[in-house]
Design a protein around this ligand. Structure first.
Ligand SMILES: Cc1cc2nc3c(=O)[nH]c(=O)nc-3n(C[C@H](O)[C@H](O)[C@H](O)COP(=O)(O)OP(=O)(O)OC[C@H]3O[C@@H](n4cnc5c(N)ncnc54)[C@H](O)[C@@H]3O)c2cc1C
Length: 467
């Protein structure tokens, strides 16, 4: 993809000094990402500071048929934010919290505000913005919207799609869609904002969003639990939901091997339980009533222990213990890196079938790759498992990584038979679009292509991503 010097000059002039850079050293950090898997290139990085500047840039791109890759915090895990010759448009400088209106339980923030800053702005108004994930200090609101991110509290509050009331975006022709409504009810035809959520930058550039806020919970209890099987974890989840009437905020499953990776490879991590069970679950419960979450957790775990559902448990007694429990969960991915990396899968199946899926997929993977180390972990509360397969100890890493596509096909075919999804929360990006063609129906793919062609006839928005 070659961009003409006339188009580049028009873009620089539209944004003015400080609104762009072509300095390779300044651009370099934004051409690769967390897993160091994608290494892109671009002639120009745009750094607009207002919606008007984004619109001006997109108008130039539309006129000159210049392709654009939008980028927020660059924490995406499927390469969708990395340009390969396109202009890179960073939304990081769209930084304003425009308003917080507690009576509407709503706030409007610009796309470059980080997820953590959005949570803090809500907390300052005694409200909760509940989306939470390990990259929240860097991931931006525009990015979590465009990937329809999930995270750890989906079981109670839903995914990003459930948390957006309104959206402002620059469409592929440079027009601004002003949909920053705070309404809970608006049945006036197709919902354009929902099309843009999860679109991975292919239908427009999100510049601001009105987000749904919730009451701050007055009590919270966190526990680490040991179990003999994932089947027991699914049963414990059902019991926890029934007993708390919806008070379970997180229910995170981890395998023993993942815990061993953390203990071995992450400094200052500690074994959370006295025993070493086959599986761990991190449970977080909340309640609007002071003391109720702690009491509910005690009741649940006592009963689960007495009936043999769990083998061990520890309830966090203070914030430091709570943070230590979350650390072993959040470091599951990072702890794999020194082990040589592996075949990653971000899949979901119905909650009731998670344990069967894990049994079947692990047996199939072990048949295909004897000695492979399966480190499954994730958000069991919403059926989402990060099913990672690591090279056998002493194995040939490059040869193992070369078998990733074949190994993934085995895992994904089983996911499809369980009526699941091959991308539960990270999106398709550059990594999984081709693989998704195998599992999505022609009707779905053609409908997506028709919508895209209607909004972006010259396919200038993130052309290497989605169908
Ligand atoms: C350590 C770690 C933990 C993670 N945990 C989770 C998790 O628990 N749950 C989960 O769902 N995800 C998780 N993720 C991945 C998740 O997709 C990202 O963290 C986040 O959603 C992306 O935000 P970002 O601002 O970094 O977007 P980027 O990486 O910059 O971009 C991601 C995609 O969105 C597009 N995009 C970005 N901004 C805009 C915009 N303003 N308008 C239009 N398109 C845009 C890009 O083109 C790209 O396709 C994790 C990632 C890491 C590194």
């Amino acid at each position: 993809m070659v961009i003409s010097s006339i188009a580049l000059a028009a873009l620089k002039s539209a944004l003015g000094p400080g609104g762009w850079t072509e300095d390779p050293a300044e651009i370099a950090p934004w051409l690769t990402e967390w897993r160091n898997r994608w290494h892109g290139h671009t002639p120009l990085m745009l750094t607009p500071r207002s919606t008007e500047q984004v619109a001006a840039a997109v108008r130039v791109c539309a006129a000159h048929r210049v392709a654009i890759v939008p980028q927020g915090g660059d924490t995406g895990l499927v390469g969708g934010q990395i340009p390969y010759g396109e202009v890179l448009l960073s939304t990081r400088w769209l930084r304003a919290v425009r308003d917080v209106t507690p009576l509407d339980d709503a706030m409007t923030v610009e796309a470059g505000v980080t997820l953590l800053e959005a949570q803090q702005a809500a907390a300052a108004a005694d409200r909760l913005f509940p989306l939470s994930l390990a990259a929240e200090g860097t991931a931006t609101i525009g990015g979590v919207i465009s990937t329809n991110a999930g995270g750890t509290a989906v079981i109670r509050y839903g995914v990003m799609r459930d948390l957006v009331l309104g959206l402002e975006a620059v469409m592929p022709n440079g027009e601004v869609f002003n949909g920053l409504k705070r309404l809970r009810k608006d049945n006036t035809g197709y919902d354009l904002k929902q099309l843009l959520i999860g679109a991975e930058g292919t239908l427009g550039i999100v510049t601001a969003a009105t987000l749904k806020l919730f009451p701050v919970m007055r009590s919270r209890a966190t526990a680490m639990v040991g179990l003999e099987s994932a089947h027991a974890a699914v049963q414990l989840l059902a019991r926890a939901k029934a007993e708390t009437g919806g008070g379970v905020e997180a229910f995170e499953l981890m395998k023993r091997i993942g815990m061993e990776f953390v203990l071995r490879n992450i400094p200052d991590s500690r074994e959370p339980l006295e025993a070493t069970p086959a599986w761990y679950v991190l449970i977080e419960m909340v309640s609007g009533e002071p003391g109720a979450a702690e009491a509910g957790m005690e009741r649940l775990l006592t009963h689960a222990f007495e009936t043999g559902l769990i083998t061990d448990a520890a309830i966090a007694q203070n914030d430091a213990q709570r943070a230590a429990f979350w650390k072993v969960r959040e470091e599951q991915s990072a702890a794999q890196k020194p082990e040589g990396g592996g075949w990653k899968h971000d899949v979901s199946v119905p909650v009731s079938r998670i344990a069967d899926f894990l049994d079947e997929a692990t047996a199939a993977v072990e048949r295909f790759e004897p000695g492979a180390r399966v480190s499954a972990f994730g958000h069991v509360g919403d059926g989402n498992i990060h099913y990672d397969v690591l090279c056998p100890v002493g194995g040939d890493h490059p040869a193992f990584l070369a078998r990733w596509p074949e190994g993934s096909r085995i895992v994904h075919d089983i996911v499809a038979r369980y009526d699941g999804s091959i991308s539960a929360e990270h999106g398709l990006g550059r990594l999984k679009t081709d693989e998704a063609r195998r599992y999505k129906s022609p009707l779905e793919i053609q409908t997506m292509q028709a919508i895209r062609a209607a909004l972006d006839p010259h396919r200038i928005m993130n052309p290497g991503v989605l169908f």
